[in-house]
Design a protein around this ligand. Structure first.
Ligand SMILES: *Cc1c(COP(=O)(O)O)cnc(C)c1O
Length: 475
């Protein structure tokens, strides 16, 4: 080690000195314990020492380099604070101004505020997850949602697992291990995030028996494929795409009749799975969960955090006998959900039960009318009108459902379109995304679009503050 390095090391402050400096600042003392400050300062000093000793293997510190002992002390304090801030917030709240309601990158469905409160209460206290309060005996965690699903879907029984991919996997592994599953070639889909029907079937140990063609599959195709090794017929909702033009698929009811004729269960992966009929809100016709159950399907599976508007989960409803069989599979234990998921799901289902689906954010957002959206966009425009560095207009546009649901549905909306007068749209987009509470927007033809459809509670205020900051920097 050279003497220059020794001199540099000697300039580094002691941990307790920097902690004392930081503790003097009221807002820091209020937010961080002395232990947290000590940890952060020690970590920064360790990295700095490392950097002085072996500059080639350590990351660049960046910025102008502090020289004097005093400058170094201030610099270390600043770095320690950054360390604490980044530590506390890798996964954080963001504002979704993109107008994509079920945005997988942003965590899909939001929970209703009262469901979130109920969830918080369940998280802070012990609960009766697997306890029958009547008898004092052990109960089942699934009992808490059993009656709700029976009432809402008409199905005899239900089971909840980690997500819908897990639901499909579990069904395959339970009923089709080493046996054949008949499925139309038009339904061998890939859903975002690497869920591919043929691969999930294979992972579950089932053999794929493809029938029909990409665009047309007839009942006769299914019938000809049935043999003594057939385990079940699977119908998959094509979710994120639509075939236009010349096509045919077999209605669920006809598959159920075929299944009954041969004694083979028919399973439907509905994907999004909605309890409400979307046509009332201008969406295309899609089978609801209740309709699939009514058709006589043996098992229906769907996601908890798509159109249902609950937590991430995979829900299976259907015939009691088959659900009981699923419960005996060891995989069910591996795929089981925790008390928080069950609480969020039960809370969400109770809103449907009480006829208050509009309180579920996904449906609240879907139901927003264009005139309401125009009103919200113009409030934002008016609040921002004094900002000199931005040109702000209202424009007609479309929001999206997202999450692979209703891929072709166009939800009319009114957006606030911003053009920075200096600086580029990409710079502004970047600035918005990198704030304390990141704001995600859409760029279209050199403008930044804010769609009020997916904004909630105090999002507006935070957007306004952040744009004022931008304006100040530009001035
Ligand atoms: C989204 C989807 C899945 C996967 O559901 P996750 O809950 O994300 O695991 C499976 N099948 C279909 C048809 C889907 O649309």
């Amino acid at each position: 080690m050279g003497s220059g390095n020794k001199a540099k090391l000697r300039l580094l402050p002691a941990v307790h000195e920097v902690v004392a400096d930081l503790s003097l600042r009221e807002e820091i003392a209020a937010n961080y314990s002395p232990a947290a400050l000590t940890w952060a300062v020690r970590s920064v000093l360790q990295k700095t020492r490392q950097r002085i000793l072996c500059p080639e293997t350590s990351p660049e510190i960046g910025g102008s380099q502090p020289e004097t002992a005093e400058e170094i002390r201030v610099w270390v304090a600043g770095q320690a604070l950054q360390e604490l801030q980044s530590l506390s917030s890798s996964l954080k709240r963001v504002i979704n101004a993109t107008g994509v309601i079920l945005h997988t990158n942003c965590g899909r469905a939001l929970l209703a505020p009262e469901v979130a409160d109920y969830l918080a209460e369940q998280a802070k206290h012990y609960n009766n997850l697997e306890l029958d309060l009547e008898t004092g005996q052990r109960g089942s965690r699934y009992d808490h949602i059993q009656d709700l699903f029976r009432e809402l879907t008409g199905a005899e029984s239900s089971l909840v697992v980690n997500n819908n991919a897990a639901a499909v996997l579990l069904i395959m592994n339970t009923f089709a291990l080493q046996r054949e599953v008949i499925i139309s070639r038009g339904e061998l889909v890939e859903i975002g995030g690497s869920f591919r029907i043929p691969e999930v079937l294979a992972a579950g140990g089932a053999k794929l028996r493809e029938v029909g063609t990409t665009n047309k599959t007839w009942l006769q195709d299914y019938r000809e494929a049935v043999n003594e090794n057939t385990a079940l017929v699977l119908k998959v909702h094509t979710s994120n795409f639509r075939i236009e033009g010349f096509h045919h698929s077999v209605p669920t009811g006809e598959l159920v009749k075929l299944g009954e004729e041969f004694g083979i269960p028919v399973v439907e992966d509905l994907g999004s799975g909605s309890l409400l009929d979307g046509t009332k809100f201008g969406l295309p016709k899609e089978p609801t969960i209740q309709e699939a159950v009514q058709e006589g399907v043996s098992l229906v599976c769907f996601s908890g955090d798509k159109l249902l508007g609950g937590p991430q989960a995979g829900i299976i409803v259907g015939k009691r006998e088959l659900i009981e069989k699923l419960k005996t599979n060891q995989l069910t234990r591996a795929l089981r959900v925790d008390k928080l998921t069950l609480a969020a799901l039960a809370g969400t289902l109770r809103l449907y039960q009480r006829g208050e689906a509009w309180k579920i954010p996904v449906w609240g957002m879907l139901m927003k009318t264009k005139s309401k959206l125009r009103e919200e966009a113009s409030v934002l425009q008016n609040t921002l009108k004094d900002l000199k560095s931005l040109n702000i207009q209202l424009e007609d546009n479309y929001s999206q459902v997202g999450g692979g649901a209703f891929p072709t549905a166009k939800l009319p909306t009114v957006v606030c379109a911003l053009q920075p007068l200096n600086g580029s749209v990409t710079q502004l987009e970047d600035f918005l995304r990198k704030g304390e509470i990141p704001i995600l927007t859409r760029i279209s033809r050199d403008k930044i679009l804010f769609d009020p459809r997916t904004l909630v509670a105090d999002d507006f205020q935070i957007i306004v503050e952040r744009l004022k900051e931008w304006d100040k920097i530009q001035a």
